[in-house]
Write a new protein. Structure first.
Length: 188
C-alpha cells in the first residue's frame, strides 16, 4: 500500500526541523525519510537517523545507479538527496512519508508525487530574524551564515510553488498551523 507524502521545506534556520520533530511525535502515522548528504555531521546528529552521511564519491555512484528520486548540490560538494529505498521502506511499514528537505528538493518531490503529496514552506518572519536564529545556533562560522542568508533570500522566492506557506513568527503557533494542515491532508 502506498501512503501519502508530507514535504516540509524552508530556508536553513526557519524552524523546519523542530516542526518535523513535532509532527513525528503527533501520532499521525508519519515516518521520517532520512535524506542522504555529503556534508559533515553537525552537533549531536546521528548517521542513519538524521541523515545518511556519504562521501561525495559514494553519493555520485548512487546517482549513477539511479538510486535517488531527487538530489541537489545545495552548496559546493554538499549534495542532498532522497533515496527511493527510503520511501519504499516507509510505505512497506504502512506509514506516510515525512520529508525535511531543502526548497528545490521540496519542489521536485511535489512535482513527482503531485496530489499524493502536500508541500509546506516554512517562512521565517524576516531575513534579519533568520540571521539571529542562525547565529544563536552556534553551529557555523560567520562566513557560512552569510552564505546561508544569501541562499535563504533566493529560496524564499520559490515559496509560491508550495501548497501552503506557514510563517514561523512564533514556533508554537507555526507548529499548530502545520499540524492542522497535515491532519486535514492525511484525512482527505
Amino acid at each position: 500500500m502506498k501512503g501519502k507524502l508530507v514535504i516540509i521545506s524552508a530556508p536553513s534556520g526557519a524552524g523546519k526541523t523542530t516542526i518535523v520533530r513535532h509532527l513525528l511525535d503527533s501520532g499521525l502515522n508519519l515516518e521520517f525519510s532520512v535524506s542522504a548528504t555529503t556534508r559533515p555531521l553537525r552537533g549531536q546528529e546521528i548517521n542513519g537517523k538524521d541523515y545518511l552521511f556519504l562521501s561525495v564519491d559514494e553519493f555520485k555512484k548512487r546517482v549513477e545507479r539511479n538510486e535517488f528520486i531527487e538530489w541537489e548540490e545545495v552548496y559546493k560538494d554538499h549534495f542532498y538527496g532522497t533515496l527511493r529505498s527510503e520511501i519504499d521502506r516507509i510505505w512497506a511499514n504502512g506509514n506516510h512519508v515525512l520529508f525535511d528537505v531543502d526548497v528545490k528538493g521540496g519542489i521536485k518531490l511535489k512535482n513527482i508525487f503531485g496530489t499524493n503529496s502536500i508541500a509546506l514552506f516554512i517562512m521565517p518572519p524576516s531575513v534579519d530574524e533568520l540571521e539571529i536564529r542562525l547565529n544563536t545556533r552556534g553551529t557555523e562560522d560567520p562566513n557560512k551564515i552569510k552564505t546561508r542568508i544569501e541562499k535563504a533570500r533566493d529560496e524564499m522566492k520559490f515559496s509560491n510553488q508550495f501548497d501552503d506557506i506557514i510563517i514561523n513568527n512564533q514556533l508554537d503557533k507555526a507548529i499548530e498551523e502545520v499540524t492542522a494542515v497535515v491532519i486535514s491532508f492525511l484525512k482527505s
